[in-house]
Design a protein around this ligand. Sequence first.
Ligand code: CA
Length: 439
Amino acid sequence: MTHAHFLARRKRLLKAIGDGVAIVPTAPEVIRNRDAHHPYRFDSYFWYLTGFPEPEAVVVLIGGNGRTKAKSILFCREKHEEREIWDGYRYGPKAAKAAFGFDAAYSIEQLDKKLPELLVDRDALWHAIGHDAEWDARIAKALNAVRAQSRAGKRAPRAIHDLRAELDTMRLVKDGAEAAIQQRAADIASAGHARAMRACRPGMAEYELEAELTYEFRKRGADAHAYTPIVAGGANACVLHYVENNKLLNDHTLVLIDAGCEVEGYAADITRTFPVNGRFNAAQKDVYQIVLAAQDAAFAATAPGRHFMEAHDAAVRVLTQGLIDLKLLKGDLDNLIEKGDFRRFYMHRTGHWLGLDVHDAGEYKTGDQWTVLQPGMTVTVEPGLYIRPADDIPPALAGIGIRIEDDVRVTEFGDPRGCDIYTSAPKTVAEIEEVMRRD
Ligand code: CA
């Protein structure tokens, strides 16, 4: 993505805030233990507006009014020869201003001094209120510094708005440049899943498959896992957020892998479930085909103009009919759906927005209206069935947990496909058994 993209986003936001001032800090560095840090990850909102990768940075957007032109100002770390020898290159304000197209740039050290000046006689302040208590206090202090000058005729902003509402709406619809990055992330993540399938053998540990994914992600240039991967053998797949990944993979069981990589900040999010020994048995195949059919129904309901929950409703219908066919549920289909009996075996939603965050920004519902899908929105489609062992469950089905998850982009209106599937890891029974064939 070029700096022109980030500049265009700042311009768009500047228009939206009118005579206001928006303050967007990046994420802090986080200590892991003693003096070792977690790998650094920028704040998604800050990145969306700047593409600036360093910690200790803040962008302040000043809306245009009759007196001044709209401008964006970066506060970042100064150049520092010694720290750069230890920790690596820093842009410094001067180079950052030129390279990233800011109207001005200052040392982060000057932020607290400059903030009150920037807020004087402005209508509104825009910030992610409540996201970070330290930032809330910092901003309150800046506002009070302006108010203290009221006798000198200086006025503080009277309104404070949550900036996230504005930015979430922008982030929800992805443009072509974002789509290209998301496709790259999906390609790498898909290759990682295929690699894990090829490597899998009974008796291996779950973490060995995690290692295969990590290898493929990094080998192909992804920055990191986009979230903690789930590698769940057998009944561990029925624990939705299983991340221990430390048990052995047994013959004649399935393994569920939910893993995706991050590329230029954008997440891929894929789940595949496959037999540890490379061949589905009859019961596993029966359940798998139901989940696959549910996913197809959900794809068919994912199109511009349809609302967010239609894919879920379509998947639930197929899954519930499947549960009746498996004799796990008894009764009338519509009645079972209405009562929600399927929830014993399917307890999550069928999708979520996907982008810079794996559970991306954007409203799902406004009042009682589900969000209507628009071209460029990106969503996961991930039905599943989780049959926890219990007295009333036939042994052949007990402990089977299956989820199939792909990432899709809503197409333009009039495109008969409705959605484009980014992800391409082997998925049908035939594709999986083929890629896992041992001879
Ligand atoms: Ca997932």
